[in-house]
Design a protein around this ligand. Sequence first.
Ligand code: SF4
Ligand code: SF4
Length: 322
Amino acid sequence: MSDTSPLRVWYVAGQRLCNFDCPYCVSVGDWSKSRRTNWKTPQDLEDFRTIVRWIGTRPHEVSVRLGSLGEPFASPDFLEEAGWLTRRSNVKFVELLSNASLLERRLPRMADSANLGKLSLWLTYHDGEIDLDRFFRNARVAQDDFGCFTVVNVLLFPDNGALVESFVERAREYGLRYNVDLGYDPELPSDSLEAPAPEHAVPILGTTDVLRHVEHLGGDTELTKVALTALRAPRGLPCSAGHDHIFIGIDGEVYPCSRYHVLEHQRIGNVLDPDFQLERRERRWSPCAAEHSCCNKEDFLNLSSARRLRPDDVPSLGWTDA
Ligand code: SF4
Ligand code: SF4
């Protein structure tokens, strides 16, 4: 396909330091966060810089969700590279996922060298780790004082409906975009094509009618419907991952989506390979090969059935215009 058409890139970098200890944290195993170490080895930092430079020098427009295993605002190295990306003319926006705790301190410093108008923040609230008002105040600072596109996000588990309800109310009061995500069980292995895992991977699926629950709590039921389909049975559904979207892992491995990365299906190559040339699929839509467990919004929003949920001009790989 044309090397000049826009591309969405979801890259999860090996930055690990995090100042929180959430019991449900999905950064586990080889991809675990750390209370002490930012980069497992100096090479991890070098690889991160190489991959970011590759993204920032594509000959076409890129929209980037720059994830990490820890808290990006705990890492000056990470922020420096993210800031560099925001200044690249080919980069439409850079989206970071954060717990919001360090924004007030770090955004003013970042403002000196980054284009914060191109910074998008996906801020997830972690109960027990940060005061709710402080969380919302920091989100407002990012949105109002620094002009970042800001989404506040909360995770829905079987036992926290009241918390999610008050979070949504508070987000409305604060004038912030909000999102309700289904919480996951981080311990469940997900590397099989066959095992029927979704009800175990997403604890709330086994306890209630999720769609009604999400509707009652003020979440986006259309988005939840797509999420449930992607979790349970995406196989054969038309998806554009690999055509206008790629996933890059901490090791530089490139796949159409993160689910294919886990399944080692349709590997595209490795950004760290000096001879790497990105070959994207010509056809826009191709049938999904995964039996189940396409559980990340960055991925399943590439399904044709989700197309209408994500306007093209929104600077986020996760935000749907709820
Ligand atoms: S803030 Fe995120 S990375 Fe840190 S412990 Fe919580 S879930 Fe894990
Ligand atoms: S539906 Fe999910 S697992 Fe299937 S190709 Fe698309 S993004 Fe990948």
